[in-house]
Design a protein around this ligand. Structure first.
Ligand code: ATP
Ligand code: MG
Length: 345
């Protein structure tokens, strides 16, 4: 069946062909975003009537048996972690050969979009985000679950509960790291997916990976939130891999002179090439950073993310409607997603 006849039997109800489709009991409403391996939709759970984020994984992953079994196992583990900073997973399964995950819909921005829009964050905001991520990661590590893909795109930032907690951070995508791909992140079609900006040296060399690999990635993210760019930023992928393994990271205080030089040592330790030389836990790292920076607590802060973009996008209904309208203008679904479209019986 060619694409045209598939679409004819599946009349799209909007410019985006998947909108209105029912997949595994979820009705797709709009696209939220896409990465190298999946498209994430806002969808309605037709059984419970609630809104969810529905992630559909590209068949490249579905076909890979190792990925499938790890996906199933780690989705189960991730779903079992009840932590305020980990996106709750409701269900993971397969429909028409497409792996899907239904998870809590988070209204806000991902950290990638936030940094792209705002540049570097205020020190208190960066530290608050770091602490929430550290807490989530330590909880996962305590259950022997390593995230493997800690990066700004996997951090969702929502409006917090009050002025002491202006933003609430969720870590997402446990168990979805592209382990099945080659080291450089190229698919069999030669297309580059993902980023190597946050990858720990031991992942590059194929040495054992544990929670301290996530700690390294977290430190890269923290550096980026404070400076605006990750510690190792190279145009060339091989140079980047080399830098993670061999180059001394830049001092944090060079990129951010308002941060005391004591923080440099903390970052150097978190970004150590050898896991044994790093902190044992993510919270230990963030606590050391807070101390070095002279942070006493959540009060006494400069303008927050809520004051800035998250608040503007999510706090008042008018802005939210505007943000929603902007999100509806999305590209066509990728070709691989078309087969999961089902017409009315
Ligand atoms: N639970 C969620 N609630 C709301 N939006 C979400 C949710 N999960 C993901 N998104 C949005 O969908 C986007 C795409 O997610 P996806 O995981 O596919 O891509 P990515 O993490 O940027 O890249 P990669 O393919 O390397 O994982 C996210 O960046 C985020 O903006
Ligand atoms: Mg992701």
């Amino acid at each position: 069946m060619n694409t045209a006849s598939r679409q004819a039997s599946w009349p799209p109800r909007s410019a985006s062909g998947l909108i209105g489709a029912e997949i595994a009991g979820y009705r797709v409403e709009r696209e939220l975003g896409r990465g190298g391996m999946a498209v994430v939709y806002c969808a309605k759970d037709l059984r419970l009537g609630r809104t969810v984020a529905l992630k559909l994984l590209a068949p490249e992953y579905t076909r890979n048996e190792a990925f499938r079994s790890r996906f199933a196992q780690e989705s189960r583990v991730a779903a079992a972690i009840d932590h305020p900073n980990i996106v709750p997973v409701f269900e993971a399964g397969e429909a028409d050969g497409i792996l899907y995950i239904a998870m809590c819909f988070v209204s806000g921005l991902d950290l990638r979009a936030l940094i792209d829009r705002e540049g570097r964050l205020t020190v208190p905001a960066a530290l608050r985000i770091a602490a929430q991520l550290a807490s989530a990661l330590d909880a996962a590590h305590a259950r022997d679950l390593v995230h493997r893909d800690v990066k700004p795109g996997n951090v969702l930032v929502a409006k917090g509960i009050d002025s002491d907690h202006p933003e609430h951070v969720y870590l997402t995508d446990f168990g979805l790291a592209k382990k099945s791909l080659s080291l450089t992140g190229f698919t069999s079609a030669g297309e580059f997916v993902g980023t190597l900006d946050y990858v720990a040296p031991e992942r590059i060399t194929g040495r054992p990976v544990d929670g301290r690999s996530d700690l390294y990635s977290l430190a890269c993210v923290v550096h980026e939130t404070l400076v605006g760019v990750p510690p190792f930023h190279r145009e060339d992928h091989l140079e980047l891999l080399w830098a993670h393994q061999c180059d001394q990271p830049p001092a944090l205080s060079e990129g951010r002179p308002d941060i005391p030089a004591e923080a440099d040592e903390v970052m150097f330790r978190a970004l150590a090439k050898v896991p044994d030389d790093r902190y044992d836990t993510c919270m230990e790292f963030v606590s050391a950073l807070r101390t070095a920076v002279g942070e006493v607590g959540p009060r006494g802060r400069t303008p927050t993310l809520v004051d800035m973009r998250v608040g503007a996008d999510c706090a008042d209904p008018g802005a939210e409607a505007e943000a929603e309208a902007a999100r509806v203008v999305v590209p066509e679904p990728p070709a691989w997603a078309v087969p999961v479209l089902r017409g009315p019986a």
